[in-house]
Design a protein around this ligand. Structure first.
Ligand code: SF4
Length: 483
């Protein structure tokens, strides 16, 4: 059996991997005949290069290769992982997809699919950390020029750079990492070799302001040091101006909570706090923890829905849940209690989950819109569907939850949630129960909202609607089994 090698340079490039994979498929080279070589370094021990096989000869006809878009998206993410086997894993999957297993990705129990999902999850986690923990520092003596140092686990700089270009479009900045650097001149991105931490400035003047703000919003009653370390591992602390405050804030937390308990009880009041004018942190992007996000959402005024409502109803559940359920908006009971899915629709959802053997406490439950939209009829508050403007205004909170929780699977309950996650134009009744892969590799599907089930007229219609909801939620049994 001949053995060949193909090179992918740069190692994280989908284009380079795709060209090599096409060449291998064209010559019918099976996965176990091929060595994948990342980067440009060569060795005398390398098998002959597959590119040499076409030297001086007419290449065979280009095969028609059709692969699902979701595979291409998954490949783009997995290639950023440092696992030396990632390229051969992807080629083996491609080989299987093009040799009769077209639905390979819909089998979550397959060992290759599971491995690829694990790689993509790790890259997504690393991407999230980079977005949350990069801190730009002003270059002394230059106006509007900033440099940040960051050490990602994986080769994600090219993948994340467009995010920073959009977010900090008006600045000139560079991010240095040990393997690669990226520079934005206000017009375009350019990439170069890695750098050293000493090439980046250590601190700038605005950090003192950010520390003051951080100390003021720090809530000792919500302190969970285990979660904090998990969300903000110590190795990122050196990038964060607020890190120097943390030991003292943690030490004082017990006394401050006691003080809060000892304070005289005050008359209940509306729980929406006044909006806080937060200073722009050096480069704060998405709040780094769910608690910080929840805290910020409580003061949100992005759309008019906050005004007549009682409070922001933020998501709840394990901060590392593998499944996230997204509903439409809080209802009357949720608005009053401050917790999602506690009213009649929540109880119906509980029943469906119980019958499927799924523990609600393992899921993260949230809504596309965080305030209750209603119309008053006498003393009653009647649910009113949120409009597209509300969904769009509230989307950053949902995206922040997704970025922080990083679920493997998202379930959209109802059309508003599906619009928030998949975009406008999603046809729920045509696509319910079908798997989709989001741009970041997360798998998702939509089903009906339990309140739609309750709104059906007559027992037969309600039973039918309930069956539909439960049938779609069956997917979660597979997901939990393969975790
Ligand atoms: S509905 Fe969402 S966007 Fe509108 S005010 Fe409430 S939290 Fe903000």
């Amino acid at each position: 059996m001949s053995r060949w090698s193909v090179r992918v340079d740069p190692a994280w490039s989908l284009e380079a991997w795709r060209t090599a994979a096409r060449l291998a498929l064209r010559h019918a080279v099976a996965p176990d005949q091929l060595d994948w070589l990342p980067g440009s370094e060569t060795s005398l021990l390398d098998a002959p290069s597959l590119t040499s096989v076409e030297d001086g000869r007419a290449p065979p006809a280009e095969p028609q290769i059709h692969v699902p878009k979701s595979f291409v998206e998954l490949a783009a993410i997995c290639l950023c992982h440092r696992d030396p086997q990632r390229m051969s894993l992807l080629y083996r999957m491609l080989w299987r997809i093009t040799h009769g297993e077209r639905s390979l990705l819909s089998n979550p129990a397959d060992a290759d699919v599971l491995r690829a999902m694990a790689l993509s999850q790790a890259v997504r986690r690393d991407t999230h950390k980079m977005k949350a923990f990069v801190r730009f520092r002003e270059v002394p003596g230059e106006q509007d020029a900033f440099i940040a140092w960051f050490e990602p686990d994986h080769q994600i700089v090219d993948r994340v750079a467009p995010f920073f270009a959009r977010r900090f479009a008006g600045m000139r900045w560079a991010i240095l990492t040990p393997y690669r650097s990226v520079h934005w001149d206000g017009q375009q991105l350019s990439f170069g070799p890695g750098g050293h931490q000493s090439d980046a400035p250590m601190e700038d003047a605005r950090e003192e302001l950010w520390r003051t703000y951080y100390a003021n919003i720090f809530n000792p009653a919500r302190l969970n040091t285990r979660m904090m370390q998990q969300e903000m591992p110590a190795r990122y602390w050196k990038h964060l101006p607020e890190a120097s405050l943390l030991p003292q804030l943690v030490r004082d937390a017990g006394d401050r909570v006691q003080e809060m308990h000892d304070r005289e009880a005050q008359a209940p009041r509306r729980r929406i706090p006044q909006a806080i004018a937060a200073p722009e942190p050096a480069a704060e992007t998405t709040p780094a923890t769910l608690d910080a996000l929840r805290e910020a959402a409580a003061a949100c005024r992005r759309c008019p829905l906050w005004e007549p409502a009682t409070q922001t109803v933020f998501g709840e559940g394990p901060p590392n849940a593998s499944i996230m359920l997204v509903g439409e908006q809080p209802g009357d009971s949720e608005d009053l209690s401050g917790h999602p899915f506690v009213g009649p629709a929540g109880q119906l959802l509980d029943r469906a989950l119980r019958e499927l053997g799924i523990e609600r406490s393992t899921l993260y439950l949230t809504n596309a819109v965080k305030h209750f939209r209603f119309e008053r009829r006498g003393k009653r508050r009647i649910h009113s569907k949120p409009q597209m403007t509300h969904i769009n205004a509230c989307r950053p909170w949902l995206m922040g939850e997704i970025e922080n929780v990083r679920p493997q699977v998202i379930v959209c309950l109802g059309a508003s949630a599906a619009t928030a996650v998949f975009g406008a134009g999603f046809n729920l009744m045509k696509n319910h129960g079908r798997w989709h892969v989001l741009d970041d590799g997360t798998r998702a599907f939509a089903t009906v909202h339990p309140s739609w089930v309750l709104r059906q007229t007559g027992d037969a219609a309600r039973d039918e609607a309930y069956r539909l909801l439960k049938d779609d939620l069956q997917h979660l049994i597979e997901v939990q089994r393969t975790r």
